[in-house]
Design a protein around this ligand. Structure first.
Ligand SMILES: [Ca+2]
Length: 237
């Protein structure tokens, strides 16, 4: 008969084995997760009918290698027509998360440059001011800085090499602002080529909690059954 202590030890081992998953839970986003940013270009994925590279392209390759062999439609080349203040995107994670890190695939092809970015967060949004007749969608209200100016290095390889940046803030946030700070620009576009951005949560997804609870309930039921069998004189080992 399994003892309660043995059950507790087994369950403890299960929890310990899940610990690495907790630090690397991907929050899967889509182009529609971008709810604000550079005028007219912030939403959805690449529009093949123009030369626009929309911000939604940073969330269209959320698993596997980030392939830039067909660069059009895979990256965000921010519009810089309206100045530095417009080099940002507002991201809706869909729920509040404590973030453990952000992974950025910065595709700097031969005609691109390096620069730095910042990341801030909050739990409420407000309509962005309309600039030159264009709506910029939503902005994060009173954002907290998660990452101050942080350098992004070149990746000229294909697939693009990702760079991972740890986030130490333990507050759960739903909305993020990703801002490009000092990339040079030309021809009205910032010379950055953000291919993909992936956010990882420090807290298990609800499905992970369900798995933990399910395993605990199953283990406890087995323990109770064996205990009952033992009390009835049917010894099982
Ligand atoms: Ca992409």
């Amino acid at each position: 008969m399994i003892s309660f202590f043995r059950f507790a030890a087994l369950f403890g081992g299960l929890i310990a084995s899940l610990a690495p998953i907790q630090a690397q839970t991907l929050i899967t986003l889509t182009p529609a997760s971008v709810i604000g940013g550079s005028p007219i270009f912030f939403q959805s994925a690449y529009n093949s009918g123009s030369s626009v590279y929309q911000a939604g392209n940073i969330f269209n390759q959320q698993s596997g290698a980030v392939n830039m062999s067909t660069q059009a439609g895979n990256a965000w080349f921010p519009d810089d027509t309206y100045g530095l203040g417009n080099r940002f995107v507002t991201i809706d994670l869909g729920a509040s998360y404590v973030l453990s890190n952000v992974q950025i695939f910065n595709s700097n092809q031969a005609d691109r440059a390096t620069g730095s970015f910042s990341l801030s967060a909050g739990n409420s949004i407000t309509a962005a001011p309309t600039t030159s007749g264009f709506s910029q969608g939503q902005m994060v209200s009173s954002p907290t800085t998660l990452l101050a100016a942080t350098a992004l290095t070149n990746s000229t390889s294909n697939p693009v090499t990702g760079q991972t940046f740890p986030i130490s803030d333990n507050t759960a946030y739903r909305y993020l602002t990703l801002r490009l700070i000092d990339f040079p620009s030309s021809g009205g576009f910032v010379n950055a080529g953000l291919a993909e951005v992936r956010f990882y949560s420090a807290i298990p997804e609800p499905s992970t909690y369900a798995a933990i609870f399910g395993a605990a309930a199953l283990g406890f039921a087995v323990w109770r059954r064996r205990k009952a069998a033992g009390a009835a004189g049917i010894e099982r080992t």
